[in-house]
Write a protein that binds this ligand. Structure first.
Ligand code: 13P
Length: 383
């Protein structure tokens, strides 16, 4: 049997900005659940190696534009490519990062150096992943809530992504606590995630199941805990209905915290207590890994909270899949300047190493400065 890392990159030809053929031109994808089971388990194992986590750089072009705009850089494909080359080319990144979630543009693109991003990742020993959802749209008859698009055509797209070298994938659904949440918004979130997970596994991609419970609001940690229990109960009900193999998925939850505008803050120990209590009540130990999102926490908070959760053994690998909490200082350091690339890469590696240590429960915050404690929260965050 091939290992996930060897099979990851087989048959991948350098391509520049190619796109999957139109679904109408191909109606031939054979869907058979179970054919990739061993490989899915192996991929999940590779992604959950001790001391490792995921780097999320799957921002849509619109979100990438907001990031670049914050440092005065124009949102062109060339500038997005330059930034992503900086991130994925950071020397030694693979020591701390087992996989990276890409936006479709990057999966089919060349890095600034001319090699494909897939080749660059292969050199770093990092497994390529792909965001397969098509973003949020308003949910009719709800409290201004949303649902996630992308199931139409997902069978064909997933097969194409696998051919291109992706071995895992991500789908983000959101739940908004101040909006209720409406029962049918929670059901839509859970059902959509389960449909996506089943389709992804049938195509050989390990699905990351991400029901993001937004930080928006003023509620306390108890309310976050209550909603998270309901969301995860429903998510696992639908995962079971859809016969998703739990050994071949990863979860990407929000940590259980007070809302961004709550008058109360919670210490890392409190966040760890609530979050682990939630996970132990809701997540079977067959699931190999819990890879948290950072959700608007500061870089420092996200690392401290993760470290607190790893002070004693857990039934699953408890780690990170951060975008903002890995990239924030790196992006600000870069400023779009060639001369700042090395310093920006060092900033990324510093965060990757800190979170790697937190995954092992061995993080020491003495070397941090205040800049790492800037929150990145945005109301109604879209990705
Ligand atoms: P943040 O870590 O910035 O929340 O992003 C992770 C992610 O993938 C959101 O879907």
């Amino acid at each position: 049997m091939q290992t996930a890392m060897t099979s990851c990159f087989m048959g991948v030809k350098p391509m520049v900005a190619a796109r999957p053929a139109k679904a109408s031109a191909r109606r031939s994808v054979a869907v058979r659940a179970g054919q990739y089971d061993e490989e899915l388990i192996q991929t999940a194992k590779t992604l959950t190696a001790p001391g490792k986590g995921l780097l999320a750089i799957d921002e849509s072009n619109a979100t990438a534009g907001k990031r670049l705009d914050s440092i005065g850089v124009e949102n062109t494909q060339e500038n997005r490519r330059a930034y992503r080359t900086l991130l994925l080319g950071a020397p030694g990144l693979g020591e701390y990062i087992s996989g990276t979630i890409l936006f479709e543009e990057t999966l089919y693109d060349n890095a600034a150096s001319g090699e494909t991003f897939i080749e660059l990742l292969k050199k770093q020993g990092i497994v390529p992943g792909i965001k397969t959802d098509k973003g949020l749209v308003p949910l009719v008859n709800s409290n201004n809530e949303s649902w996630t698009q992308g199931l139409t055509g997902l069978v064909d797209r997933s097969a194409e992504y696998y051919k291109q070298g992706a071995r895992f994938c991500k789908w983000r659904a959101v739940v908004n606590i101040p909006a209720g949440p409406s029962p049918h918004a929670v059901t839509e979130c859970a059902y959509g995630l389960a449909r996506y997970a089943a389709i992804s596994q049938a195509a050989g991609l390990v699905p990351i199941v991400e029901p993001e419970i937004l930080l928006d609001g003023e509620h306390d940690i108890e309310r976050s805990f209550e909603v998270a229990q309901a969301v995860w109960a429903e998510t696992f009900k639908y995962l079971a209905d859809q016969k998703v193999m739990l050994e071949g998925i990863l979860l990407k939850p929000s940590m259980v915290t007070p809302a961004a505008e709550s008058t109360k803050r919670a210490s890392p120990d409190e966040v760890a207590d609530y979050t682990l209590k939630l996970l132990k009540r809701r997540v079977p130990c067959a699931v190999p890994g819990i890879m948290f999102l950072s959700g608007g926490q500061s870089e420092l908070e996200a690392t401290l909270n993760l470290n607190a959760m790893n002070q004693s053994p857990n039934p699953w690998h408890v780690s990170f899949s951060y975008a903002r909490a890995l990239q924030n200082t790196c992006l600000k350091t870069w400023q779009g300047e060639e001369g700042n690339i090395k310093a920006a890469q060092e900033a990324l590696l510093k965060r990757a190493k800190a979170n790697s240590q937190a995954q092992l429960g061995k993080y020491d915050s003495k070397l941090e400065d205040e800049s790492a404690d800037t929150r990145t929260f945005e109301k109604g965050y879209v990705y």
